[in-house]
Design a protein around this ligand. Structure first.
Ligand code: ATP
Length: 596
């Protein structure tokens, strides 16, 4: 499995925190609003026990029996409750609005950034871990704003207010209560590191589980074809069990922590009732003060507990921030030139030069070793060779999925690294063995959602490649919706749709990667005809395992171990009696035996 973008043990860096916080800046006013609402809601909440204390000490206990005053106190109490309700509601809505907006923006930028990354990045990172970053990591950041920030603000303020009110009521009792602070801090700190570990273990196991499911779903047909269901099930069970155990451990720790806090809270109430009760007996404090104190001490634990409970979220948020920030910092390997040059000829002629190209997926192991290849405008080149010879690598370089390590690839004399990426993408059209079809209509799949291309252009392109009849036979014609990479169409039909794309977008250079390898001979014929039609007037490179696909090419190059070992027309190569002739004889044998 590919590793996560950054390890789970990543130390939350300042840079990542600052970077993510920059997303919160436009919402400064909202955060001020939240602060204001919190201040009003807390004040309203905390004044209530104080009111009861006034009612007890200044009215009930001294036998004043002032009904009017009692009624006013009850009225104010009710009003404070309403205020607290209203401003708490406002505060929650405001913080949710800010959090959701921030995260929606991060998700948008993240997705845009991922789509700009080079194929080498996707070689390294599994789609499963990327799904986790875009979905759950951003959600954790939302929790950071809506839970951690809110709790720090609300519970932090509550704590300060309670301490002030306690000292104002009775400094001695308040002093006793403060004795509890170090005990609370000790418990919080001792649990902290353990909780962090359990949390991280559970997160990394969950991300491994998600990645496994995503990879399995993507390759389900292969798993079923090779009867790997049992093996995969065993592997899944193992990962599932690991996650289950880690999750249970995390929950157990968290419950133990919370219950210890409850226990401590109850012990302190007992302690205060003892000390305060004695003081009431000795008339050193009033009964209302003791009542207010007991109420405050209950409320005293709540914010501390709430803040420490946020520790988990803070931990996960810092890990998520670090991972997302690392992703943002990942630069595409293939970059736009600092000063891009446009190709001199317009329209593009389609001359291609590979000049002493050295390339490898890692620098130590070159796949192409000083390759030299020159292709004239409009020429059709067939590329053949054994598996792993470097055929796909050759065309990946022309599409600039990767950059050469030495030498250069040029189109019409311009190094492709100097050509603006968008112009290069328009110049080089690629039809892969398994053309990618999007969820959407046939119409949109041909014009790649480019509304500036008319329906008529799409229809005439389909007619040109011989796909019009097949599209019209579909239930909704050009509006037929394809789902799941066009699973309703045959391989040949998907191929024809991708040819129609080429006709619509008119690239000067066309690349076909084993485009007809999967087709039956009748469909192959249709596709061959389409290929002939599409390749007319443009430089075409065709990689084929079936020699029949490239026999008519202007030139065939034969590759082996990253080098061109033979080249010429079909007839010339046969006359050489070399590598190509062997391949040809082998393919003839296979055809006679009904293979390939
Ligand atoms: N993304 C990649 N990361 C690392 N190595 C790769 C990658 N793609 C290909 N290779 C390696 O580079 C070498 C050349 O591969 P390439 O796909 O270019 O050969 P090919 O001739 O197209 O083979 P095939 O006919 O099997 O598709 C092989 O050894 C292959 O294992």
């Amino acid at each position: 499995m590919a590793p996560a973008v950054s390890g789970n043990n990543a130390i939350p860096g300042k840079a990542s925190f600052k970077g993510i916080l920059a997303y919160a800046k436009p919402h400064r006013k909202t955060f001020f609003g939240v602060f204001g609402c919190t201040l009003i809601a807390i004040s309203a909440d905390l004044l209530q026990p104080y009111l009861v204390k006034i009612a007890i000490d200044d009215n009930l206990m001294i036998g004043r029996n002032d009904y009017g005053m009692l009624l006013i106190i009850c009225g104010i109490y009710l009003l404070l409750s309403l205020l607290s309700f209203l401003f708490s509601y406002l505060q929650s809505n405001l913080i949710q609005f800010a959090g959701q907006s921030i995260v929606a923006r991060i998700r948008k930028d993240l997705f845009a950034h991922i789509t700009r990354l080079s194929p080498s990045f996707f070689d390294r990172f599994s789609s499963g871990s990327l799904v986790t970053h875009v979905s759950s990591d951003t959600e954790t950041i939302n929790q950071f704003f809506t839970q951690v920030c809110l709790s720090l603000m609300r519970d932090g303020m509550t704590l300060i207010f309670i301490i002030v009110l306690m000292f104002q009521l009775d400094p001695v009792l308040a002093g006793y209560s403060m004795l509890l602070l170090p005990v609370i801090a000790l418990i919080a700190v001792s649990f902290r590191s353990y909780m962090r570990k359990t949390y991280q273990a559970s997160r990394s196991r969950l991300s491994r589980l998600i990645a496994f499911v995503a990879e399995n779903l993507a390759g389900m047909n292969l798993i079923q074809a090779f009867h790997q269901e049992k093996e995969q099930q065993l592997e899944f069970d193992e990962r599932n069990r690991f996650y289950y155990k880690a999750n249970l451990r995390e929950i157990r720790t968290s419950v133990l922590f919370n219950r210890s806090f409850d226990l401590l809270g109850n012990l302190s109430i007992a302690f205060l009732t003892w000390i305060g009760g004695r003081a009431v007996f000795h008339h050193t404090i009033e009964f209302g003060v003791l009542y207010a104190f007991i109420t405050y001490i209950r409320q005293f634990f709540q914010p501390i507990n709430a803040i420490t409970q946020q520790w988990n979220t803070l931990q996960s948020a810092s890990v998520s921030m670090e991972r997302i920030w690392n992703l943002f910092r990942t630069e595409p390997d293939v970059k736009e030139a600092a000063r891009p040059l446009s190709m001199p000829e317009s329209p593009v002629q389609g001359q291609i030069d590979y000049n002493r190209v050295v390339f490898g997926y890692n620098a130590e192991e070159p796949v192409l070793k000083g390759l030299e290849l020159h292709i004239a405008p409009g020429e059709m080149i067939g590329i053949v060779g054994t598996t792993g010879a470097g055929k796909s690598s050759l065309i990946s370089l022309l599409c600039r999925f990767y950059d050469v390590q030495q030498g250069s690839v040029r189109i019409d004399g311009t190094d492709i690294r100097d050509i603006p990426l968008e112009q290069l993408q328009r110049t080089v059209g690629l039809v892969q063995q398994e053309p990618y079809l999007y969820s959407g209509s046939i119409l949109d799949n041909v014009r790649l959602f480019d509304e500036s291309i008319s329906r008529e252009d799409v229809i005439s392109a389909c007619r040109f490649v011989g796909a019009d009849d097949l599209v019209r036979r579909l239930p909704a014609g050009y509006e037929t919706m394809l789902s799941d990479k066009g699973s309703g169409l045959s391989a040949g039909e998907r191929q024809l749709i991708s040819f129609a794309r080429i006709v619509v977008f008119q690239p000067a250079i066309l690349i076909l990667d084993e485009a007809t390898a999967n087709l039956d001979s009748r469909t192959e014929q249709t596709v061959q005809q389409a290929l002939q039609a599409v390749s007319k007037g443009r430089t075409t490179l065709v990689i084929a395992h079936r020699l029949s696909t490239v026999m008519g090419a202007d030139r065939i190059i034969v590759m082996s171990a990253g080098m061109i070992v033979e080249e010429g027309t079909h007839a010339q190569l046969l006359r050489m009696r070399g590598y190509y002739e062997q391949l040809y004889r082998h393919s003839q044998g296979s055809a006679e035996m009904g293979i390939g």
